[in-house]
Design a protein around this ligand. Structure first.
Ligand SMILES: Nc1nc2c(ncn2[C@@H]2O[C@H](COP(=O)(O)OP(=O)(O)OP(=O)(O)O)[C@@H](O)[C@H]2O)c(=O)[nH]1
Ligand SMILES: [Mg+2]
Length: 421
């Protein structure tokens, strides 16, 4: 056996279906299927599943006591190493359930944080994950009894070490303070980069959307950049950006972002705010949607909710229905703000690019102009900042077909022969 190969943990997933009107906050077939995927992504194997139908959650034990007894039996019969709950457990619930079940108890938030901890690569990503984990753990310290420290490895334990956590709450508070300062420092740096981009007139488009929708694959397809794209949840945690050049020479900086997921507690969104900030400051949003999922409508709703939560819902947005190779929708025409594509099989990428060209600021106009030789500097400026499609030297000057932005259009107005198209 390899030295660092961990034994695959056997996990039971559990939740309470309350029959809520807001089904996105409830435990449903979809949320359990997603929890299953989250466990798999974290490296565990789901060996059992238990959902209780119950209008309210027990404040002390989350599930009803009878159901918990059933769960305990299941843990013993299936020889499970851990139980993962579909909602965030309160510190009290966590402690009581751990005492009763005698195995490791995790909840949805912890699982997501655990995956984040595996995925974070950049300094900022790591800092954010550590901060979110510490904030989550601080009120729950007593919840992690012998079970957590004894195993010392596996799901729910990645990131900052346990022993240190348990030794001293004050130490954790200090660490939280230090992390917050460091994150503020990194954010400031990022802010500077953004300001520079703005000054340089760089247009940014952020790829946003539900986890696994195909954002990174699309970024790859659009730029040939090699960004980590995988059939796993939260493959991307750190914002990656790559520039593309549109037909009219406008440069667009595409920024990949962390995927959204339902039941993402507000404090987690808060922790990733500086990453999601990229979406808030972008000129255009590409909302990437997995059209082949059975869950498409809910995923759209969750993404729109998160966008509105972070204050990014009032900007030009293109709905990019992806994975249409699976649904056959790639034949659909789409429209100004909606395209049907396959990022993986590179279908309708041209349509997406023209939608981006329409939505991004600084759209250029095609004109035919006669630039007199006396305005030589203007011609070089046109080459540098605009797009020169063709140029011919005539007696009276350079006859050029150009794509120019509004500002340049004004500047060369007197030389324009006519607009094209
Ligand atoms: N069939 C098909 N699969 C696709 C397409 N685009 C992406 N995928 C697959 O969907 C999975 C997820 O793709 P990613 O690009 O990692 O998704 P993401 O939105 O970046 O996911 P996170 O970073 O986890 O939020 C990968 O297995 C891709 O190969 C597509 O157009 N068609
Ligand atoms: Mg990704």
């Amino acid at each position: 056996m390899e030295k660092n190969e961990e034994k695959q943990e056997k996990v039971i997933i559990a939740g309470v279906h309350r029959g809520l009107k807001d089904h996105l906050s409830d435990t449903t077939e979809q949320s359990m299927a997603e929890l299953y995927e989250l466990v798999k992504t974290a490296g565990g194997a789901v060996v059992g599943e238990m959902v209780q139908n119950k209008p309210d959650i027990e404040s002390a034990t989350y599930m009803g006591e009878g159901k918990l007894e059933e769960l305990k039996t299941a843990v013993e019969t299936l020889d499970a190493d851990a139980v993962v709950f579909d909602d965030e457990l309160s510190p009290v619930q966590m402690r009581n359930i751990t005492d009763l079940l005698g195995v490791k108890v995790l909840d949805r938030s912890m699982l997501i944080l655990d995956i984040f901890a595996m995925r974070a690569l950049s300094r900022e990503g790591k800092l954010q994950v550590e901060l979110a984990q510490l904030k989550y753990r601080l009120p729950r310290l007593r919840g992690f009894g012998a079970e957590m420290s004894r195993t010392g490895a596996g799901i729910g334990t990645r990131g900052p070490g346990e022993t240190r956590l348990e030794s001293d709450r004050r130490h954790i508070r200090r660490r939280i303070g230090a992390l917050e300062e460091e994150i503020a420092e990194v954010s400031k740096h990022r802010e500077l980069i953004r300001e520079r981009r703005k000054k340089d007139g760089v247009i940014t488009a952020a790829l946003v959307g539900y986890t696994n929708a195909g954002k990174s694959t699309l970024l790859n397809t659009l730029t040939d950049a090699q960004v980590f794209a995988e059939d796993k949840l939260f493959a991307t945690l750190d914002p990656t950006s790559r520039a593309i050049v549109l037909d009219d020479n406008r440069q667009i900086l595409l920024v990949d972002t962390v995927g959204f997921i339902r039941k993402l507690p507000h404090h987690l969104i808060e922790a990733f705010k500086s990453t999601l900030e990229e979406a808030v400051v972008a000129d255009v949003l590409l909302h990437v949607i997995d059209a082949s999922s059975e869950d498409t409508d809910d995923q759209i709703a969750v993404a729109e909710q998160v966008l509105s939560d972070i204050g990014a819902s009032n900007k030009p947005i293109i709905e990019v229905f992806n994975k249409c190779d699976k649904t056959g929708e790639e034949s659909l025409k789409g429209g100004k703000n909606r395209v049907y594509i396959s990022a993986k099989y590179k279908k309708n990428i041209d349509k997406l690019l023209s939608a981006i060209a329409d939505a991004a600021p600084g759209r250029k106009i095609k004109v035919k102009a006669l630039i007199p030789y006396s305005a030589g500097a203007l011609m070089s400026e046109l080459h540098e900042t605009q797009k020169v499609i063709s140029e011919e030297y005539s007696e009276n000057g350079t006859e050029a077909e150009l794509m120019v932005d509004a500002k340049m259009y004004d500047k060369i107005k007197e030389y324009i022969i006519h607009n094209v198209g």
